[in-house]
Write a new protein. Structure first.
Lengths: 404, 325
């Protein structure tokens, strides 16, 4: 559909016509902005949100420390973006699909992914749902409706459009929320996804965490436009920009976006303005591209502290509870980490399963050859040999019983 | 002669190319002020300015499409794709555009100035998406050249040759060796030939063929084999497309045996192409079947990476099997 108005002089539009305000409810001292009203949020839900944000922070801090100690090969923190991720998740139906990029562990925490489940993935052990195949932080949970993470950037965005289109056809009143960063929004997949969602009227929420950086590249070098939000106009899509460190604003914006999506089949773009307080990953050192001063300024806008102040002012939280929570979370992280570290790696057979629904004869031959090779050099492949041992033992037992 | 690691050698090659020709540009994700996530482009922005060395938005298809346009215009773009695993959004631009630019226009236009650099390969606990060796996809595309260095000296000489080559080159860098591989590298400008394999060790019983990071692994296997009394000839293919059949065939005519190894999965891997061509040329001289030591036909794993890799022990076993066939 195009407009039909005519002009008879060349008059260019520069895009400055679009000025997008930022939706904010909560100030940093935990009070509401003038004229702002808190969303409907009961005590239990508010505490659940807070708990998930704190648990995410504690998990991230401890696991980054574990990475630095060499216990973990890799890690990525959500630090600074907990309000954006947890606030959005809290506004969804727990059965709504979430397709995350890789920095959204807060969504899983909110939905009840246990520290044991996190640790099994992080250590790639035999209990990892992904069978030790992917790098740390590539979580997935079918029961929590959280699609397994894929490292390539932006690929999940058009997939979310497709998934949500299927949800619409299924008619179960659910939608999909897809998270991505402002860097990933430069990928071609982003544009394909938004256009298709608008054309096909798909119940999908595009949630952009504009955290200022794509590894070292500041958002100012990522796009010339006023952030990601104005692109929605190009697709004729609803859009809102929200203070990503304001969990109440994120919650309310996402709640209303969900209504548009589910009740009217209107896709929505949400741009949450936030800041990646930590490094991109354990492989990155931000001192090479940004100042401590800049980081400090954002540390003062800590989303967790902001919510905590609001809760305390309402008498929904106390310093004693804070202390107890911090201690119990820290203890739980350490306990679950120790458990996960001790668990054996996935068995050798898992190398060839799930490539296809059924193992092909060629793959079986390759695995058999690998097994005989490992039997020859067990000390060179401790993980693989470990899962062969039971076989060897069993055969010996059988021999003892004269059964082989 | 100074000792450099592979990143320093690559950085030096880029520096020389940019200093020599103001048409040479380096760009990609995080390539500008930061100097790339591996620091291969360190200090180039300082030296040559933001117009010639810069960050791009995060869009691989855009990076290569942009590079194709620049090259068609007469510039000499050296575009970085941060990991070879992330080259696929640019597959269309590379396979349908880069590779066919000259041919489809009857050489009215070409993108011969283009070089695409991308770190590839496993052994760094990178799992599915930071470990792949996608060379065979590109070696299946006439119009491209595919070059892979094995050490710092080779990296500098081959990269300079790639940048100056009249055809577009994909230059895959073995990232496991970026800092691990060190060696003497002349400070001055020099080039190594594209399309020529190099015999890195002479022998008589069996020929070992590989490229990039596998060369180091082959050397370890050969040490073991020599203890068994097996004399190995080792060839670094260096360029996969167009590849140097003559050097490999001449070696196999002498030894009668060939073992080819790469990290990429076996099926459709470049070893298959080598095996087919060499059996055509050397059939009556072969003492044993040409053997392949490769990754499994699965995505690249993480926890069981060591088991997946075509390591020196697997190559050693293949050498023995070849000789004792």
């Amino acid at each position: 559909m195009t407009t039909t108005a005519d002009i008879h002089e060349p008059k260019f539009m520069a895009g400055d016509e679009f000025s997008i305000p930022t939706f904010r409810l909560l100030t940093q001292d935990g009070t509401l902005h003038e004229g702002a009203e808190a969303p409907e949020l009961d005590r239990d839900k508010a505490r659940h949100i807070y708990h998930a944000m704190v648990a995410t922070r504690v998990l991230d801090e401890r696991m980054m420390a574990a990475q630095r100690q060499g216990r973990l090969s890799f890690y990525m923190q959500c630090t600074g973006e907990e309000a954006a991720v947890v606030g959005a998740t809290a506004a969804l139906d727990d059965a709504d699909m979430i397709m995350a990029q890789y920095r959204e562990q807060g969504a899983l925490v909110y939905r009840g992914f246990t520290f044991d489940e996190f640790m099994n993935q992080l250590f790639g052990n035999e209990l990892d749902y992904g069978k030790g195949r992917q790098m740390p932080i590539h979580y997935g949970s079918r029961k929590l409706h959280y699609m397994t993470i894929s490292s390539p950037l932006g690929t999940q965005i058009p997939q979310a459009t497709g998934y949500a289109y299927g949800q619409k056809l299924a008619g179960d009143g659910l939608c999909t929320t897809v998270f991505f960063g402002e860097g990933a929004a430069s990928e071609g997949d982003f544009h394909a996804a938004l256009n298709m969602a608008a054309v096909h009227k798909v119940p999908v929420i595009f949630f952009c965490r504009n955290n200022g950086y794509a590894i070292s590249t500041p958002s100012i070098e990522q796009f010339a436009a006023d952030g990601v939000a104005p692109r929605a106009f190009g697709y004729r899509m609803h859009v809102i920009r929200v203070d990503g460190n304001d969990v109440l604003a994120v919650y309310q914006a996402t709640q209303q976006a969900r209504r548009l999506a589910v009740e009217q089949n209107q896709p929505v773009l949400i741009e949450a303005m936030t800041y990646r307080l930590a490094a991109h990953s354990s492989s990155d050192d931000p001192s090479g591209y940004r100042s401590k001063k800049e980081e400090e300024a954002w540390r003062e806008k800590d989303p967790i502290l902001r919510l905590q102040r609001w809760l305390i002012a309402r008498d929904w939280w106390s310093d004693d509870e804070e202390k107890a929570l911090q201690e119990s979370l820290r203890r739980e992280v350490l306990e679950t980490m120790k458990r996960a570290e001790k668990r054996p790696p996935p068995p050798l057979d898992s190398m060839i399963t799930d490539v296809y629904a059924d193992v092909t004869p060629a793959l079986q031959r390759q695995l058999d050859a690998l097994k005989s090779h490992i039997r020859q050099y067990p000390e060179a492949y401790p993980k693989g040999a470990r899962s062969l041992d039971p076989d060897v033992t069993r055969r010996d037992d059988n021999a003892d019983k004269g059964e082989s | 002669m100074p000792t450099l690691n592979m990143l320093q050698a690559i950085n030096q090659a880029l520096d020389i190319a940019m200093a020599e020709d103001e048409k040479v540009l380096c760009f990609g994700e995080d390539v500008g002020g930061f100097g790339g996530v591996f620091r291969a482009t360190s200090h180039l922005q300082e030296r040559y300015g933001k117009a010639r060395c810069f960050n791009t938005p995060l869009v691989e298809q855009g990076i290569i499409g942009f590079a194709n346009g620049l090259a068609a215009q007469g510039s000499v773009p050296v575009a970085e794709i941060q990991f070879a695993d992330y080259i696929f959004p640019a597959f269309d631009q590379i396979v349908n555009e880069t590779a066919k630019f000259r041919y489809r226009s009857g050489d009215l236009f070409n993108v011969g100035g283009l070089t695409i650099r991308a770190p590839y390969g496993g052994g760094i606990s990178g799992g599915l998406y930071h470990s792949q060796s996608p060379e065979a996809y590109f070696a299946h595309t006439p119009g491209l050249k595919v070059v892979i260095p094995r050490n710092p000296y080779e990296a500098k000489g081959l990269l300079l040759a790639s940048i100056r080559d009249p055809d577009p080159v994909i230059f895959f860098e073995p990232k496991r060796l970026y800092r691990a591989s060190t060696g003497e590298v002349p400070e001055e400008d020099y080039q190594l030939p594209i399309g020529e394999a190099e015999i890195t060790r002479e022998g008589t019983d069996v020929t070992l063929l590989g490229w990039g990071a596998q060369m180091e692994v082959i050397d370890k296997a050969v040490e073991l084999a020599e203890k068994d009394g097996i004399s190995c000839e080792v060839i670094d293919l260096r360029t996969l497309l167009p590849w140097d059949e003559d050097t490999v065939a001449e070696s196999v005519l002498k030894t009668g045996r060939l073992v080819v190894t790469h990290e990429a999965p076996q099926t459709g891997g470049f070893a298959g192409e080598v095996a087919a061509a060499i059996q055509e040329r050397c059939f009556l001289y072969l003492e044993s079947p040409i053997m392949r030591v490769t990754g499994l036909d699965t995505p690249f794993p993480l926890t069981l990476e060591k088991e997946y890799m075509p390591d020196h022990l697997k190559i050693h076993e293949a050498i023995r099997a070849s000789v004792n066939y």
